[in-house]
Design a protein around this ligand. Structure first.
Ligand code: HEC
Length: 157
């Protein structure tokens, strides 16, 4: 019993340490973001992270990529079955953070639209990308916050 209590305290200590160390850098925190909802290393994300991803998708991405994830070609590209999304998880995280305005080929169709930046923390970007990688029929695996630490958040124009 005593060991259990000790373990609990050690675990809480570890969590708060992880939280404190990952808060540096003066980033603006998204309202939905919370570091404690993310897994520390590669692996299956927590239910909390997936719920956060779903809520970000619904408030931010759905308007263009649609509730079905099918988008509205030729303007909004699909996330469902997207070879572009599924082939590079880290690039997808950067896409959610910084958006893009270039030619992107998805399943053979060229999209040229503008996607504005959507989220402002790595936590939020990873949560929403893990969500879209595993919905709309996608089985795209997962990415962890640790794997995208070096993705630069571009200054907002
Ligand atoms: C205003 C509409 C809009 C919103 C909102 C939006 N996107 Fe996009 N998205 C686009 C457009 C347009 C492109 C293509 C951009 C280009 O050609 O540079 C794109 C491209 C993408 C791509 C790469 C192409 C593909 O289909 O695989 C991903 C991944 C993506 N968006 C994910 C997201 C996620 C996740 C969100 C929400 C956090 C989001 N988008 C919000 C319009 C939007």
């Amino acid at each position: 019993m005593k060991t259990r209590i000790l373990f609990t305290f050690a675990f809480i200590g570890f969590l708060s340490l992880a939280f404190l160390t990952s808060c540096g850098g003066g980033k603006t925190a998204d309202k939905q973001a919370s570091d404690s909802t993310n897994v520390a290393a590669a692996g299956t994300p927590s239910a909390e992270q997936m719920a956060m991803g779903k809520s970000i998708f619904e408030t931010k991405c759905k308007v263009c990529h649609q509730a079905t994830g099918l988008g509205l070609p030729p303007v909004w590209p699909p996330l469902a079955g997207s070879d572009y999304l599924l082939s590079d998880k880290k690039r997808a995280v950067a896409q959610a953070l910084n958006g893009s305005n270039k030619d992107i080929t998805v399943n053979g169709v060229v999209f040229k639209g503008l996607m504005p930046p959507q989220v402002s923390t790595h936590d939020s970007a990873v949560a929403v990308i893990n969500y879209v990688l595993n919905n709309f029929g996608n089985k795209g695996g997962y990415i962890s916050v640790g794997e995208v630490k070096d993705v630069v958040i571009e200054p907002r124009k």
